[in-house]
Ligand binder design. Structure first.
Ligand code: CTP
Length: 397
């Protein structure tokens, strides 16, 4: 249901604009309040009278009202809405959204929007497949906008069916799913560690590992999408966060990560320890670059780093949950169970480097979840985004 949800429906000049009438009806049937905003080209395809009759609200299309010259405030629309849905969205409007070309009411409303934005593209396949359109859709995604497209055809790699606007019922379902998810973790605070740590040897060298941070970032994104407030403590990675509910704290060494985790964990509901923390750091840091000694081997003495998971496990209070990861190469279950117990975790996510597609750097992962009651759940190979969903589902259970 979408009871009481305020939706700004933006309609642009596509042949699919007639479907906006079905969309209005379907949204209202689910309990939503709909305010339509239409571009000048949109009006060529559907009449404002149809839309205002369906929504019981005047259609907004011009900056000023024709009869009395009242100014239509796009800023007010941006504050009023719980979501903005642009359906159909033409290649041209998508391009304007990406570049901030605010020459009509719909684009100004988009630029002032405080609520999540959903975009249902509608164009022919050639326009859709053009690098310009694909680039613009990627840009919209990077702004945190949600693109609603029909699922690809029978060939996963084919573009067949893409470009066509998704059916109104499926669009409404996407909105319902979004709001349902959005409330699952509302008022929850979650701390996540992610990425590798760098342990300095001298000003130009460090010890680290292959962690990309992708799993931790996918988890942060998933928690934020479900309404949680996320503190993401990240080691050095090449990733960006886009969700406004994620506060990112950048650290470099295990000790910095440890201090940040100890500071923020007490006020949170859940801790997810996804970072590949270096277990050791050089005992001595050299202020000057170490010079090569011809022909001689060198010995680097290492000293243990604090175990963040174990430290949080000791201060964990009733009601708080702690989730750890284990990346193993041998005796996987045994090692994972041992870590679960030793670090006082609620469950541990195991991935084995022996499984193809699991572990570092890639976009996929294959996990097994072990909990303190001896339950073992195996999951198939999935993208890290999907794996993040599985892990968060398990956290909520
Ligand atoms: N972890 C941590 N701080 C450390 C080491 C590990 O918080 N200094 C966390 C990881 O984020 C992970 C879990 O502990 O959630 C297990 O990490 P892993 O490196 O597999 O375990 P270790 O205890 O370091 O054991 P080993 O390296 O010997 O396998």
């Amino acid at each position: 249901m979408l009871t009481g949800k305020k939706i700004v429906l933006g309609i642009t000049g596509s042949i699919a604009a007639y479907k906006a009438a079905y969309l209005c009806r379907a949204l209202i049937k689910k309990g939503a309040e709909v305010q339509t905003v239409i571009t000048p080209a949109g009006k060529e395809f559907i009449t404002p009278v149809t839309l205002s009759a369906l929504t019981h609200k005047p259609v907004v299309s011009d900056f000023f009202s024709a009869n009395d010259g009242t100014w239509h405030s796009h800023v007010d629309l941006g504050l009023w809405a719980d979501a903005m849905l642009i359906a159909p969205a033409t290649a041209s409007s998508i391009g304007k959204m990406v570049n901030g070309i605010a020459d009509n009411m719909l684009i100004t409303a988009y630029l002032s929007m405080k609520a999540p934005v959903f975009v249902a593209p509608a164009m022919d396949l050639d326009m859709y497949a053009h690098p310009s359109t694909q680039h613009n859709l990627d840009r919209l995604k990077s702004f945190g906008n949600h693109i609603i497209e029909p699922a690809t055809g029978y060939l996963a790699s084919s573009l067949e069916g893409k470009g066509r606007m998704e059916e109104p019922d499926a669009i409404v379902r996407a909105l319902e799913d979004f709001f349902a998810r959005n409330e699952q973790l509302s008022k929850k605070k979650i701390i996540i560690t992610a990425g590798p740590t760098y342990e300095k040897i001298d000003p130009v060298r460090y010890i680290s590992n292959y962690s990309s941070g992708k799993m931790g970032f996918a988890l942060a994104e998933e928690c934020a999408l479900r309404g949680a407030e996320v503190i993401l403590i990240s080691g050095p990675v090449q990733l960006d966060v886009i969700h406004p509910n994620i506060r990112r704290i950048n650290v470099e060494s295990a000790e910095e990560m440890y201090r940040a985790a100890l500071k923020y964990f007490p006020a949170t509901d859940v801790g997810i320890l996804c970072a590949a923390v270096a277990d050791y750091r050089p005992l001595l840091y050299s202020e000057n670059k170490l010079k090569r000694k011809n022909g001689e081997s060198v010995v680097l003495e290492l000293t243990p780093n604090p175990d963040i998971a174990a430290a949080l496990g000791t201060i964990k209070k009733p009601g708080q949950r702690l989730i750890g990861f284990a990346l193993e190469t041998d005796n996987e279950r045994m090692h994972a169970e041992e870590k679960l117990r030793k670090k006082n975790l609620d469950f541990i996510v195991l991935n084995s480097l022996n499984d193809t597609g699991a572990g570092f750097r890639g976009d996929t992962n294959k996990i097994t979840i072990l909990d303190t009651h001896g339950n073992v759940k195996e999951f198939p190979l999935r993208t890290k985004k999907e794996v993040a969903k599985d892990i968060i589902d398990e956290t909520i259970n």
